[in-house]
Design a protein around this ligand. Structure first.
Ligand code: GLN
Length: 231
């Protein structure tokens, strides 16, 4: 049960740049909603975490292969992933949103014909873009990091990108030169992830800790700290 995690140290893998869920601040510290959540839950439940910032796909693979105990990386709870992973209770409702450069003429998917679209390997954004690529006549390029997608748009190497809406909104607010011209797609909620059937005590402790943070106001504080008015 959740008590058996006390005093133990768990390896937790995460994405590199998925602000405001995980990113490095100006001091190089790994911060964000996921980082505050897992640290607060660990403290609440009496375990320690060793966090490794690997990138989304690498983080998920590490947990699947047993090199990591848990992934917390804004990972969407999907039926397909449930075949190989167990998820915690949901802690955030998300959805995919397209971003284009501020100067772009693209106003919707119908303008993507002949264009290049940047997506992140192994993500829901990638899956969604690929699911409509043929219909709208664009090609996708998969990269490992959100920051790379943004750089590709800034450099004119791609015309649009798909990422989760809070990440797109945060980037725009930070002045990354992008804009959103469509509505977000209905998406799945985020959950912490363990390999299927493994680390069940840790998963239980996560859920227990999350419930405590929701009850004592810490969860709301963390959301407000990073999402402000968007929380
Ligand atoms: N929520 C998306 C997914 O799970 C993206 C996660 C991420 O890029 N860190 O596929």
């Amino acid at each position: 049960d959740a008590d058996s995690v006390k005093g133990k140290t768990f390896t937790v893998t995460t994405d590199t740049t998925f602000a405001p869920f995980e990113y490095r601040d100006s001091n190089g510290e790994l911060v964000g909603i996921d980082m505050d959540l897992i640290r607060a839950i660990a403290k609440e439940e009496g375990f320690d975490v060793k966090i490794e910032s690997l990138g989304f796909n690498a983080a998920m693979v590490a947990t699947q292969s047993g090199n990591s105990d848990m992934t917390i990386a804004g990972a969407s709870i999907t039926d397909e992933r449930k075949q190989t992973y167990d998820f915690s209770d949901p802690y955030f409702d998300s959805g995919v949103l397209m971003a284009v450069p501020e100067s772009s003429d693209i106003t919707g998917y119908q303008d993507l014909s002949g264009k290049t679209v940047a997506v992140k390997t192994g993500t829901e954004g990638e899956a969604f873009a690929k699911s409509i690529a043929e219909k709208y006549g664009f090609k996708t390029i998969s990269v490992d990091q959100t920051s790379t997608m943004v750089q590709m748009l800034q450099a004119g190497q791609a015309d649009a990108m798909f990422d989760d809406y809070p990440i797109v909104a945060y980037g725009i607010e930070q002045g990354n030169g992008m804009k959103a011209v469509t509505e977000k797609e209905a998406g799945n909620s985020y959950g912490a992830v363990v390999a299927k059937g493994k680390n069940q005590d840790l998963l239980q402790a996560f859920n227990e800790g999350l419930a405590k943070l929701k009850a004592n106001g810490t969860y709301d504080q963390i959301m407000e700290k990073y999402l402000g008015n968007n929380a």
